[in-house]
Design a protein around this ligand. Structure first.
Ligand code: ZN
Length: 372
């Protein structure tokens, strides 16, 4: 049967819902149609469904324990945790301009963080023959130590990295975040530390909410103090596609992981760089995501002791997200379903991407000679 995946899953991931309005924004009454929020339960229902339909022989579901208070408080303030719990117990509502909660959100968020911790533990206990996938909602990478942001409440990968560094003899964790938005929360959690290397590959974009979301993601945010050089932002131009992402991996991710030599590789796997995603402007196809999944496995094998955990982040075109995530997991498994991308028709702008990637590699080579 070959490689398998253990998918960590809890029903609360689809019970958590956000308020409808004008796409992600509050309802103004100007429009005829009150649109569902883009972070819909259907995102995860479709991933669940396509894995059952196409990879059932390879994927086993596993139950999730919620992250403990101790695990959450390594990353988040007690007030942040208490406030979210009380808000959800009260029925929820809109928290920031684009993010809300219902009565199930606290359970979902604590279970998502718990799933990431279990996935990271699983990665250390098993070889690449059985790779953990935290099939979670809500996502985590925008969540800051004391701030909900961008449909995220607790920073799942950050909680997992801190859990592993605190409770095992692991010394270095690498996080590769290919979600199309900048993982500002993850950057903030680790920017002054050298025991976590954060590589954030995203579209260059503005802040969507000056109150809750700082303007971040630029090249010059390289980390501070002990962490200087260990935060590597890769802001890509709109229109970057399969070849552009492969080039990022060849030119930046591979040399960095080779140099850093982590004990564990965590992937913040948001598939909203997918072609047709309403919240991204890149054009990665299912085949491109398959290649990203394959490279994650190969890089974990070569440079991270075979310790790989995949943690779900964004992806908002609910049909394409399922195909894209199927691609990621096919790549991780080394299995081909033979299913083509049903929505790919946009050309990518490889020339712009390649020029930008070369500039980015040159910039970071100040800290990483392997990028020269
Ligand atoms: Zn995203």
């Amino acid at each position: 049967m070959g490689r398998t995946i253990t998918a960590f899953w809890d029903e609360s991931f689809i019970a958590h819902e956000q308020p409808a309005g004008e796409f992600e924004s509050e309802w103004t009454g100007r429009l005829a149609y009150r649109q569902p929020h883009p972070d819909r339960p259907e995102r995860l229902k479709n991933i669940y469904s396509i894995l059952q339909a196409e990879l059932a022989d390879h994927v086993t579901l596993a139950d999730v324990e919620p992250a403990t208070r101790v695990q959450l408080e390594r990353t988040h303030t007690a007030d942040h945790i208490d406030d979210l719990q009380a808000f959800c117990a009260d029925g929820g509502g809109r928290i920031t301009a684009e993010t809300g909660a219902n009565e199930h959100t606290f359970r979902a968020a604590t279970h998502a963080a718990g799933a990431a911790c279990l996935a990271a533990e699983h990665a250390l206990e098993h070889s690449l023959d059985n790779v953990p996938y935290a099939m979670v909602r809500p996502s985590g990478h925008h969540a800051q130590p004391e701030q909900v942001d961008g449909f995220c409440y607790f920073n799942n990968v950050a909680v997992a990295a801190d859990h592993i560094l605190e409770t095992t003899d692991t010394e270095r964790v690498a996080i590769v975040d290919w979600d199309v938005h900048h993982g500002n929360g993850t950057q903030e959690c680790f920017e002054d530390r050298d025991d976590v290397l954060v590589i954030g590959i995203h579209n260059d974009h503005w802040s969507w909410d000056p109150e809750a979301h700082p303007q971040t993601g630029d090249l010059d945010e390289v980390g501070t103090g002990d962490g200087e050089g260990y935060n590597v932002n890769v802001p890509l131009p709109p229109g970057t596609g399969d070849e552009g992402y492969e080039h990022v991996f060849d030119r930046i991710v591979e040399p960095l992981l080779r140099s850093y030599d982590p004990d564990l590789l965590l992937i913040s796997a948001g598939q909203d760089a997918g072609t047709m995603d309403p919240l991204g402007r890149n054009v990665v196809t299912k085949g491109g995501f398959e290649e990203l999944g394959r490279r994650a496995r190969v890089l974990a094998d070569e440079y991270a002791g075979g310790n790989l955990a995949v943690v779900q982040e964004g992806g908002y075109q609910v049909s394409h997200l399922a195909y894209a995530t199927l691609g990621v997991l096919e790549g991780v498994l080394g299995v081909e379903t033979g299913i083509d991308d049903p929505m790919a028709w946009m050309d990518e702008d490889y020339d712009s991407a390649r020029r930008t990637i070369e500039d980015i590699a040159t910039y970071h080579s100040e800290y990483w000679p392997a990028l020269e």
